[in-house]
Design a protein around this ligand. Structure first.
Ligand code: BGC
Length: 493
C-alpha cells in the first residue's frame, strides 16, 4: 500500500480484508449448502432443519376473504386484518408495537397474554361491530358449548422461530433465536399457547394456521407477483435470516409415509422452511473472524445460528462495534484522535449490542464529500466528537466490508436453492420474494447478492438475469391470511 494513505485508513483496510468472501468461497458454500439441504430432507436433527410446512400449493392471486394475522418474529409484534380481494390485491389494517425487551426473556404465559391483549385491542379498535357483541355473549355464556360453533375470525399466526410443524395449525417450538430466551415454551405447541391466551379473554378468534415469516413471504409474493410466475423462494434478510422454498414432495424422504392422506396431494410439492440461519453451525465453510468468535460467546445461544450471526441485522451492528473498537485500539491508527476527538466513556460504542444495524445503512448511504452524515451520527448517537473525514471514511470501509460479506453470504442459500430447483434450465424467469430491513434499506444489498450469484459458474450472468427479486411488503401478514384461508378450505373440503 503506498505510504500516502493515512495510517487509520490503512489499518481499517487491513481489518476490512478479514471480511473478504471471494468467489471461490461462495462456490464452496453453495456446494456445502446443497449437501446440508439433502441431509435435512432425509433425516430429523440435521443442521439445516428443512421443516415441512404442510403448505402444498402457493396462491395464484384469486383468493378472497377477511382474515386476521398475528406476526411475532423479532423486533415488533403486529396484529392485522387482511381483506383479500381475489385480484392479487389486498387491504391491510394493522397495529404494530415494539416487543418490550423484558418479554423476550420471561415466561411463555407472559408473552402470549401480551399478544392476546394486542389482539383484543385491535379488534376493539378496528372491528368493533363483531367484537362487542361476540365478547359480551361469550362473557355472559355459562359454558363454551353455547358459542363454540358460532362465526369467529380465522387467524394466521406468523411465528418466526424454528418450529417443528406437525399440522397446519400445530407445531412445537424447537429453539428460540434473535435474542429471545423463554425456556418453558420450548417443546410446546405455540398455537395452543396462543389459543389458550385468546380463550382466556373470550375473544372470537380461532388460530387456524401457523406459518414461518419466510413461508408467509413466499405465499404473499406468489399472490401479488407480476406475471403469474409461481414464486420459488421467500426469504427474510432482517433482524434474522431464513428462507422457505417449494420442494418436490418425493425429495422429502424424511416424511416416512408419503401415501399418508395428509400428503397425498395432487401438486406433488410442499413448502419447506429451511431454517438456514443455522446453516453450517459446525463451521465447515463459513468465514470466521475474531469478531465473529467474540460475538458468538456473548449471545444467548453460542454455537447456534452461525450463518444468521454473520448475515442478519441483529448481529451486524455488533460485528461493526467490535471492529471499530479494534481499530480504535490500534496505536498506529489513531482513530478519532486526529481532530482532537475522543470517545466518551458512556458511548454506546462501549456497550454490548450498542450499534443498531440502521447505522450501517446510514454509513453506507452517506455520499456527501466530507461524510458529514456519518460524523453527525457519531456525535449524536455515540458521543464521539470531532471525527475527521478520514475517520468517517475508515468507519465506512469497515461497514462496507461487513455489509458486503453479509450480502455475498446471502447468495449462498439463494444460489443453492436456485440450482437445486432446476428452474434456471426450464424457465425464463425465476421469482423470489424477499423482506426485511437489510434487503430493504441497506444500499445495494441486492446488488451484492446478484454479483455473488454471477460468481457461481452454474448460474453465471445468464442465470442471474433470469432471477426476479421483489420485496414482499407485509409478507408475513398477508401470507398468514393466505395460510388461514388454505386451512379453512381444507377443513371444509
Ligand atoms: C428464525 C426463522 C425466521 C428468521 C427470520 C430466524 O432467527 O429462526 O424462523 O424465519 O429468523 O425472521
Amino acid at each position: 500500500m503506498p505510504s500516502s494513505i493515512p495510517p487509520v485508513l490503512a489499518a481499517a483496510t487491513r481489518i476490512a480484508r478479514e471480511f473478504d468472501y471471494p468467489a471461490s468461497e461462495v462456490r464452496r458454500g453453495v456446494k456445502e449448502f446443497i449437501n446440508q439441504m439433502h441431509e435435512g430432507l432425509s433425516k430429523e436433527g440435521a443442521t439445516l432443519n428443512q421443516i415441512p410446512s404442510y403448505i402444498t400449493a402457493v396462491p395464484d392471486g384469486s383468493e378472497k376473504g377477511l382474515y386476521l394475522a398475528v406476526d411475532l418474529g423479532g423486533t415488533n409484534s403486529r396484529v392485522c386484518s387482511i381483506e383479500l380481494h381475489g385480484d392479487s390485491t389486498f387491504a391491510l389494517t394493522q397495529n404494530k408495537v415494539a416487543i418490550p425487551r423484558e418479554l423476550m426473556v420471561c415466561t411463555s404465559s407472559k408473552l402470549f397474554i401480551f399478544i392476546a391483549g394486542q389482539i383484543e385491542a385491535f379488534l376493539e379498535q378496528h372491528h368493533n361491530e363483531h367484537f362487542e357483541a361476540h365478547v359480551l355473549k361469550r362473557r355472559l355464556a355459562g359454558t363454551r358449548e353455547e358459542y363454540k360453533d358460532e362465526e369467529v375470525f380465522d387467524l394466521g399466526f406468523t411465528f418466526s422461530f424454528p418450529v417443528n410443524q406437525v399440522g397446519i395449525n400445530r407445531g412445537t417450538l424447537i429453539r428460540w433465536t434473535k435474542g429471545f430466551s423463554i425456556p418453558d415454551a420450548v417443546g410446546k405447541d405455540v398455537c395452543e399457547l396462543l389459543q389458550t391466551a385468546i380463550d382466556d379473554l373470550d375473544l372470537p378468534v380461532r388460530v387456524s394456521a401457523l406459518v414461518n415469516d419466510t413461508v408467509g413471504t413466499l405465499m404473499a409474493r406468489s399472490y401479488t407477483a407480476p406475471g403469474k410466475t409461481e414464486t420459488l423462494l421467500g426469504a427474510i434478510f432482517g433482524t434474522g435470516t431464513n428462507g422457505a422454498y417449494v420442494e418436490k414432495l418425493s425429495n422429502i424422504t424424511k416424511i416416512a409415509d408419503l401415501t399418508d392422506t395428509r400428503y397425498a396431494i395432487p401438486t406433488g410439492k410442499m413448502v419447506i422452511n429451511t431454517e438456514w440461519g443455522s446453516f453450517d453451525n459446525h463451521l465447515n465453510v463459513l468465514p470466521t473472524t475474531t469478531f465473529d468468535r467474540e460475538l458468538d460467546v456473548e449471545t444467548v445461544n453460542p454455537g447456534i445460528q452461525m450463518f444468521e450471526k454473520r448475515v442478519s441485522g441483529m448481529f451486524l451492528g455488533e460485528i461493526l462495534r467490535r471492529s471499530i473498537l479494534s481499530l480504535f485500539c490500534d496505536p498506529t491508527a489513531k482513530l478519532f484522535q486526529s481532530a482532537g476527538g475522543s470517545i466518551a466513556p458512556d458511548s454506546a460504542l462501549y456497550k454490548l449490542w450498542g450499534i443498531d444495524t440502521s447505522f450501517l445503512s446510514l454509513v453506507e448511504a452517506d455520499v456527501t464529500p466530507d461524510l458529514r452524515v456519518i460524523a453527525d451520527s457519531l456525535r449524536k448517537d455515540f458521543n464521539i466528537d470531532g471525527a475527521s473525514a478520514i475517520d468517517c471514511q475508515s468507519v465506512k470501509v469497515l461497514v462496507h466490508a461487513i455489509g458486503k460479506r453479509a450480502a455475498r453470504l446471502s447468495a449462498v442459500p439463494v444460489g443453492a436453492i436456485l440450482l437445486e430447483s432446476g428452474k434456471l434450465e426450464t424457465e425464463d424467469v425465476v421469482d423470489i420474494g424477499v423482506d426485511g430491513s437489510l434487503v430493504e434499506y441497506y444500499p445495494n444489498f441486492q446488488g451484492y447478492i446478484r454479483e455473488a450469484l454471477r460468481d457461481i459458474p452454474e448460474i453465471g450472468e445468464a442465470g442471474e438475469k433470469k432471477v426476479q427479486i421483489g420485496i414482499a411488503k407485509d409478507g408475513s401478514g398477508v401470507g398468514a391470511a393466505l395460510s388461514a384461508l388454505v386451512a379453512r378450505k381444507e377443513e371444509s373440503s
